[in-house]
Design a protein around this ligand. Structure first.
Ligand code: ADP
Length: 223
């Protein structure tokens, strides 16, 4: 149902964005009208982002399970964000457990989890005078693999903690957050038989922990 609805919504949204862009290119447009058209374009794009996120929920049912190298996945995800992190002067520390850590999972979905957490950490530190520091580390605890994602941003207030994983809960400015990032993470991690939570007693900043069942199966090496 969700996949069907999001598909139906994509076409009108593309039309709204497209026509708004065309209008923006019109010469001699009244500045007030131009500003309104820009808003229409921005909000149509925002709606398109929400639709894309919803599709992820819908696709969860068809997710695959294969032995996945968590360290490789973290490195790849960091590479995707490397440019933005550098531009925002955020230093990155990656401390990987000495042994390879694999889980049975869907690499694309797990990558999305890490991507969302890194994006949130980045957003939390944007504008910090020293840029901030993103620390990611892994460990094996018994039969679980744990991934920690910590930042030096303002951290999580008690109020934010209460709603963290609720869909559409966001404290970001209109147009920036959709409030779906962490609820998607929650859905994916739960679906993998794991747990995600925010550490309670951080001294500074926020720390998210993901625990996923360890697998002894050996992942295929991907490029
Ligand atoms: P979004 O990023 O679109 O706001 P999320 O579900 O990913 O949606 O996050 C919900 C809210 O949780 C954020 O708006 C923010 O208030 C809070 N949050 C998430 N991660 C962090 C973090 N690393 N530091 C501070 N606040 C955070």
């Amino acid at each position: 149902l969700i996949a069907g609805i999001t598909h139906e919504l994509n076409n009108p949204l593309a039309a709204i964005s497209g026509y708004a862009q065309l209008l923006q290119m019109t010469e001699g447009l009244d500045p007030q009208v131009r500003q309104d058209v820009t808003r229409i374009h921005e909000q149509a794009q925002r709606a398109a982002r929400i639709v894309r996120n919803l599709l992820t929920f819908a696709r969860e049912h068809t997710s695959m399970r294969k032995p996945t190298d968590i360290h490789q996945l973290l490195q790849q995800t960091l590479e995707l964000q490397a440019y933005q992190l550098r531009v925002e002067n955020i230093s990155v520390e990656l401390r990987l457990a000495p042994e390879p850590l694999a889980v049975l999972g869907d690499p694309h979905q797990l990558q999305q989890v890490f991507f969302n957490l890194i994006t949130n950490a980045r957003d939390a530190m944007t504008g910090a005078s020293d840029g901030g520091r993103l620390t990611i580390w892994t460990e094996r605890i018994g039969e679980m693999v744990q991934v920690h994602v910590a930042d030096t941003g303002p951290g999580l207030s008690a109020d934010v903690r209460r709603h963290l994983f609720e869909p559409f809960f966001t404290t970001k400015e209109v147009g920036k957050g959709t409030g779906l990032g962490l609820s998607i993470c929650f859905g994916i991690v739960s679906d993998h038989g794991g747990r995600i939570w925010a550490k309670e007693d951080t001294i500074a900043g926020a720390e998210f922990i993901i625990a996923l069942p360890y697998t002894y199966e050996i992942p295929e090496r991907s490029a």
